[in-house]
Design a protein around this ligand. Structure first.
Ligand code: 13P
Length: 251
């Protein structure tokens, strides 16, 4: 029986990759995915904006999907240095990450800004991956679930359905640190996210919830087996084809 929620393994390359290395990485992932012939999971890579088009060309026909790491809420106009969802789509993307904690911190993105970007993704025909997650201080003061609820309610646009939304839970303190919550803590956060989404979506039971934060080949199996975890958003572990493929295999 097909699973209700097809796992999505997404690589967020962040600000890494010049053309030659990035194309080698993309080709390595594409070859691995082709070889594996998975039909029960999706594999996505999100290169820096400069490489979305070249990576899209490089993975063509392999089944590997390509996404952006951010987009502007507007279609076009006087926004120097920004990229619209339509531009990502035009470059070959099918997905876009919005509201990553690094953008919330570096660029001051609020929940309302993130919501606008998710709406822009819909307008362009992209699937938004909306990121949420608590800081260490928030976790240590017992506010994790409240923070996640506030972020979800503020960042998920009205009109969302499971087909139009992916949510990534990324505890800020687990990103790039080698630390992860326990499997029980991940499951508790994801169960809470799904509960909150039940009030926002007609079909929250089938929306995919990704875990992100120090996912590696060695811990992917147990993290991905946690309740309500439907895939992973991978940073450092997505920069080597072998490691990323091992994570995808664990899904
Ligand atoms: P790391 O996998 O490097 O911890 O990064 C996670 C992340 O931020 C993915 O978006």
């Amino acid at each position: 029986m097909a699973r209700m929620r097809r796992p999505l393994i997404a690589g967020n390359w962040k600000m890494n990759g010049l053309r030659a290395d990035a194309l080698a990485l993309a080709t390595g992932v594409a070859e691995g995915v082709k070889r594996a012939g998975w039909i029960d999971r999706e594999v996505l890579v999100c290169p820096p904006a400069t490489l979305v088009m070249a990576v899209s060309e490089a993975v063509k026909g392999s089944g590997v999907l390509v996404g952006g790491q951010n987009c502007h809420a507007s279609v076009s106009g006087a926004h120097t240095g920004d990229i619209s969802a339509e531009m990502l789509r035009d470059a070959g993307a099918s997905h876009v990450i919005v509201g990553h904690s690094e953008r919330r911190t570096d660029c001051g993105e609020t929940d309302a800004v993130v919501r606008g970007k998710a709406e822009a993704a819909w307008r362009a025909g992209l699937l938004p991956i909306v990121c949420i997650g608590e800081t260490l201080a928030e976790r240590e003061s017992g506010r994790t679930l409240t923070v996640l609820e506030t972020q979800l309610k503020g960042s998920v646009p009205v009109g969302a359905t499971a087909a139009k939304l992916v949510v990534a839970y990324e505890p800020v303190w687990a990103i790039g640190t080698g630390k992860t919550p326990s499997v029980a803590e991940v499951a508790a956060a994801h169960a809470h996210i799904r509960r909150v989404l039940t009030g926002l979506l007609p079909d929250a039971g089938v929306v995919r919830l990704l875990y992100g934060g120090s996912v590696k080949g060695s811990n992917a199996g147990e993290l991905l087996a946690a309740g309500d975890v439907d895939g992973a958003l991978v940073g450092g572990g997505s920069l080597k084809a072998e490691e990323f493929l091992a994570i995808a295999k664990a899904a």
